[in-house]
Ligand binder design. Structure first.
Ligand code: FES
Length: 270
């Protein structure tokens, strides 16, 4: 068998002009030659590799996630980016894989940025749309966070603000900042990733949390909890349930709201 199944060859060849490192170039050249019908045994002798290594390289590029593989070959430290972003490695790899929808030079520029400065968290350069449903409204309707069609139900139920709505998050803005800019007054206390007052649960899409220091792995990975004051969307759309700070899971991390002292914003839960 020869020929790649998943990648457009023109796109793969375009990457050759954009990559920095020798290893990526060699991998792309292997894939291109393989697509032209050269066998893995012959390629192994050309590039002084074992046939198994050649097959492995081709398989890693012949996948819908091939841009994530190019990022790794270019030297992006996916594990560190995940740690800095408060995301799982899988989420970060999915984010890099999603660059395949962008023009190659643009995607390559993003990858180069992370390869040269691997400690920075994921940040998108595009606005994201956040759909939100209030936790109280969700339970009143008898719905749960596990409902696969939770947001379809909310849309059909004709709910309105403050229970349900959407707003745009600009690049560099946190979800809480964008919610407030658009007229919501969600709960908060520290505004710096150190309590649970501004917690939300992400149902669809993903949100990075650079600088958060309090949520456990269990809360972030299993419950998909995020802190909206430091949370930045890394997908074009995010669906989240707000007002979850009253749940038992977050009780130990809650701080007194600023409204308790001043009577000002910080306690509302829309
Ligand atoms: S308000 Fe404290 S972590 Fe967001």
């Amino acid at each position: 068998m020869s020929g790649l199944r998943h990648i457009e060859m023109e796109r793969l060849q375009e990457w050759l002009g954009e990559v920095r490192e020798g290893e990526t170039t060699a991998a792309l050249m292997l894939a291109v030659a393989y697509d032209k019908g050269i066998g893995t045994g012959e390629l192994a002798s050309w590039y002084d590799r074992s046939p198994e290594a050649v097959e492995e390289t081709i398989a890693s590029l012949d996948s819908p996630e091939y841009v994530a593989e190019i990022a790794r070959l270019e030297g992006v430290d996916v594990e560190t980016v995940a740690e800095e972003s408060g995301l799982t490695v899988d989420s970060v790899e999915a984010w890099f894989a999603g660059l395949s929808d962008r023009p190659v030079p643009e995607a390559a520029t993003v990858i180069r940025g992370y390869a040269e400065d691997g400690v920075k968290p994921l940040l998108t350069g595009e606005p994201s749309t956040v759909y939100h449903l209030d936790h109280g409204a969700m339970t009143e309707h008898g719905w749960s966070l596990d409902d696969p069609d939770l947001f379809e139900k909310a849309a059909e139920a004709d709910l309105d603000l403050p229970e349900y709505g959407r707003f745009l998050v600009e690049p560099g803005e946190s979800i809480l900042e964008a919610a407030e800019r658009d007229g919501r007054s969600w709960p908060y206390a520290c505004r710096g990733g150190a309590c649970s007052n501004c917690a939300v649960v992400v149902v669809d899409g993903d949100v990075a949390m650079p600088g958060q220091s309090v949520l456990s792995d269990e809360l972030t990975r299993e419950a998909n909890a995020r802190l909206s004051c430091v949370g930045v969307p890394v997908t074009a759309e995010v669906r989240l349930v707000s007002g979850v700070d009253e749940l038992d899971e977050f009780a130990d991390l809650r701080l007194p709201s600023p409204a308790s002292d001043s009577g000002d914003a910080g306690s509302a839960s829309d």
